[in-house]
Design a protein around this ligand. Structure first.
Ligand SMILES: *Cc1c(COP(=O)(O)O)cnc(C)c1O
Length: 367
């Protein structure tokens, strides 16, 4: 047998620890997962109520065109229906873009660290991956431009960036788009779009009218709380969507996911409440960090990347023993950090206490 050589150098995605696993290992009753930026409030109660009714016709293939959801999203974000492509999570749109645009001999430019799936899928397609280190949590847009050559096909901007939470502001992103050559497809991944509260945020959807080489990614997995159903979408010119469509599996999004997403859009109260609560708890967490001399990146997402006086793995293990699953920065190339999803107020208070314990023990140990 002979598979692609690159696969031998790659590892499968390592998911965050599973709740049941940790419960057993540590003999804990309650585990709080703050590792994958899920919505601590779950998802819309309308979706929960209506979902069982959708179980009736599972023998029928889903609508591969997702016509109803397409119409709904198009109306919701004011674009034409043929400017949309739906995926089994926005992860799948990343994969489709790579399948459609990348191959051996081509290259792709991205920040480091950023969302790992850009690199992962690009490598499988045989493309050269050009990673540009973040500067203080920010995309180094000038250096990213400098990395572009005639073979560059796709450039990825994650805003707010996972794992730093930092966003690219309007002025910088506009200047970047003005400089970026037309032959490069620019993907703006806005998985955390709903949480953005900065008043200088880039309006990516209106930029679609100005730049023909732009794709915007959004998802129902984060603020909408539907990560388990796998549904996300891309928005672009209809020419770009036409290029991507043949690279999409015909029935890639399920009947249930499509229906749930429609209902979820109709419940903007849930989104507003989730976002407001997130902002409040985020500010409290930042104040806690400030009060205790703990550094962090100024996040516009539903997570915070925290700088520690110890390795991320050490803090990860400590928090795990207290019933909190977080992400260690170690695997992300940010060894002395953890990435913490903003959870419910009461859980945040407890995790803050647990972090402080560990930091205090470390500091007194150093003396
Ligand atoms: C979570 C996340 C996604 C993937 O979301 P799905 O729609 O669940 O596949 C995409 N991009 C970033 C930056 C994310 O953090």
């Amino acid at each position: 047998m002979k598979a692609k050589d690159i696969l031998k150098q790659m590892t499968p995605y390592k998911p965050g620890k599973q709740i049941e696993e940790v419960k057993q290992e540590y003999g804990l009753d309650r585990i709080v997962k703050l590792a994958s930026n899920e919505n601590p409030n779950g998802f819309s109660s309308t979706v929960k109520k209506e979902l069982p009714k959708l179980i009736s016709s599972l023998e029928i293939y889903p609508d591969g065109y997702a016509a109803s959801l397409r119409k709904k999203v198009a109306g919701f974000i004011s674009v034409d229906p043929d400017q949309l492509i739906f995926g089994n999570g926005s992860d799948e749109i990343v994969q489709i873009i790579c399948r459609a645009f990348l191959e051996t001999g081509s290259n792709t430019v991205m920040a480091a660290p950023t969302f790992p799936q850009y690199r992962h899928n690009a490598l499988i397609e045989g493309a050269e991956v050009r990673q540009v280190p973040l500067q203080d949590g920010h995309h180094d847009l000038d250096e990213m431009l400098a990395q572009i050559d005639d073979q560059t096909r796709v450039l990825w901007l994650c805003t707010p960036n996972n794992p730093t939470g930092v966003h690219i502001n309007h002025q910088n992103l506009t200047a970047f788009m003005e400089e970026c050559p037309d032959h490069v497809l620019v993907v703006i991944d806005e998985a955390y779009y709903e949480y953005l509260e900065a008043d200088d945020a880039f309006n990516s959807l209106s930029a679609l009218d100005e730049y023909a080489n732009l794709v915007v990614l959004r998802t129902f997995s984060k603020a909408y709380g539907l990560a388990g159903l796998r549904i996300g979408y891309g928005v672009a010119s209809k020419e770009i969507i036409q290029i991507l469509e043949p690279a999409r599996e015909p029935f890639n999004t399920s009947t249930i996911a499509q229906a749930a997403a429609i209902l979820a859009i109709d419940d903007q109260d849930f989104i507003q409440k989730s976002v407001n609560e997130n902002h409040k708890n985020k500010r409290a967490l930042m104040e806690f960090c400030d009060a205790n001399g703990i550094g962090y990146y100024d996040t516009q997402a539903n997570f915070l990347l925290i700088h520690l006086p110890m390795s991320g793995d050490e803090m990860f293990e400590h928090l795990l023993s207290k019933g909190f699953i977080v992400r260690s920065g170690e695997a992300l190339g940010l060894p002395d950090t953890i990435r913490l999803t903003i959870g419910k107020a009461e859980d945040m208070e407890q995790i803050q206490e647990a972090m402080l314990q560990k930091i205090a023990a470390q500091v007194s140990g150093e003396r």
